[in-house]
Design a protein around this ligand. Structure first.
Ligand code: NAI
Length: 367
């Protein structure tokens, strides 16, 4: 496994919060470093060429933001529609190998499961001393699928939202944040450059929170494997329960998620606070939630959650996923097919046809 330095250094006048840790392998209290625009200097990138390898969700957003910030950006991509898009957006687009050769900073922004193969065939031979390798997810480094040479800088720059939002928030000058981990600082300048990249993407506006590859990767996997699936599963099972009880499936889907109420509720949670946000609902809703929540999800579920966390921490999940890829994704494809055959898909198509989009509403109001 890749060895990580503890990230203790501070640059500029980053603010520090003291956070309590109640779980995990590291116990006790840890200093949390947060960096803002004023802690980063874009001019440290003036002699660099940044290659965005992968012009997908994240890659396109990061490339456009960096270019708008004055960074010299090129794109490395296989010849597909993403390559065409990069050229259409005015970037010099090359094969991945050629971009890696020309660049001093190489950002790996392709799906995690293809990174090892692409790294071995296209990138590693161009990683000469002093270059920087940037990931937007710590997965491959943390689980040891990619082991870069010791004389290059290695960082993890993990924006805290989807690519489309990374671009939208940058353009609208809205708050945007990221995690940042310095895995390897061979040049002694890794952090300065990493913060400049964060600023160029727009992430030091909201705050770039320093972490480690391990923490970024494991927290992210835990959310993906425990928190969100629990919510999705409860929703899918609730569809069955309510429809079996005779409620119209269209109305169930509408109220459960097609109204977009859940996303608005989650936004309130971030703005008002986890418990305070309950107040956006009625007192009847609050009483129902508070009294029923512990009856539906009992505390002993924590044992199952801890088991899943252990599978993440020990690499059991990473190995299982690597075997699944090697076998040609049989389980992945089967489960995806089952999901797409669920009656909810038909119902939502019908309901969506009945919901007028924003544009149609505006036309009615203005016309
Ligand atoms: P994506 O699915 O949008 O990636 C598409 C890109 O990957 C295209 O440029 C495509 O040409 C390239 N690609 C696909 N298969 C390839 C192959 N076999 N060989 C070479 N290139 C290939 O990926 P996305 O969602 O942008 O994720 C990229 C990285 O960003 C991942 O490490 C992910 O964990 C990380 N990330 C993504 C976030 C998101 O918003 N989706 C959020 C934070 C991190």
């Amino acid at each position: 496994m890749f060895s990580e330095k503890r990230n203790e250094g501070r640059v500029g006048h980053a603010s520090s919060l003291i956070v309590g840790r109640t779980a995990g392998r590291v116990r006790g209290r840890e200093r949390l470093n947060v960096y803002y625009d004023e802690d980063a200097d874009l001019s440290v990138l003036k002699n660099d060429i940044v290659a965005i390898v992968g012009y997908g969700n994240q890659g396109q957003a990061q490339a456009l933001n960096m270019r708008d910030s004055g960074v010299n950006v090129i794109v490395g991509n296989v010849k597909d529609s993403y390559y065409d898009q990069a050229a259409k957006d005015g970037f010099k687009a090359y094969s991945i190998g050629e971009a890696a050769k020309q660049a001093t900073i190489i950002c790996m922004i392709i799906p995690d499961e293809v990174q090892k193969g692409v790294y071995e065939t296209e990138i590693q031979q161009h990683l000469s001393k002093g270059k920087m390798l940037v990931f937007s997810s710590g997965y491959n480094i943390h689980f040891g699928f990619i082991a870069p040479p010791k004389d290059v800088d290695v960082i993890d720059m993990f924006p805290l939202t989807f690519g489309a939002r990374v671009r939208e928030r940058f353009l609208n000058r809205q708050s945007l944040g990221s995690f940042l981990a310095i895995g390897q600082d061979a040049t002694g300048k890794a952090k300065q450059k990493a913060l400049a990249l964060a600023k160029a993407i727009g992430c030091t506006r909201g705050g770039t929170f320093e972490t480690t590859f391990a923490h970024e990767t494991e927290i992210n996997l835990y959310l993906e494997q425990v928190v969100y699936p629990a919510i999705f599963r409860i929703m899918a099972l609730s569809f069955d329960v309510l429809v079996d009880a005779g409620y119209p499936p269209e109305l169930v889907s509408l109220e459960m998620y097609l109204s977009k109420e859940p996303s608005e509720f989650f936004a309130s949670m971030a703005e008002l606070g986890f418990f305070e946000s309950a107040k956006v609902g009625s007192t009847t809703a609050q009483y129902g939630e508070m009294t029923r929540a512990p009856r539906i999800i009992k505390d002993d579920i924590k044992n199952i959650m801890k088991e899943h966390l252990r599978e993440i921490q020990t690499g059991v999940f990473a190995n299982e996923w690597a075997l699944e890829q090697a076998a040609g994704y049989p389980v992945f494809n089967k489960l995806r097919k089952e999901g797409l055959e669920h009656p909810m898909n038909e119902v939502e198509k019908r309901v969506k046809k009945l919901i007028r989009p924003q544009e149609a509403q505006s036309k009615i109001q203005s016309g």
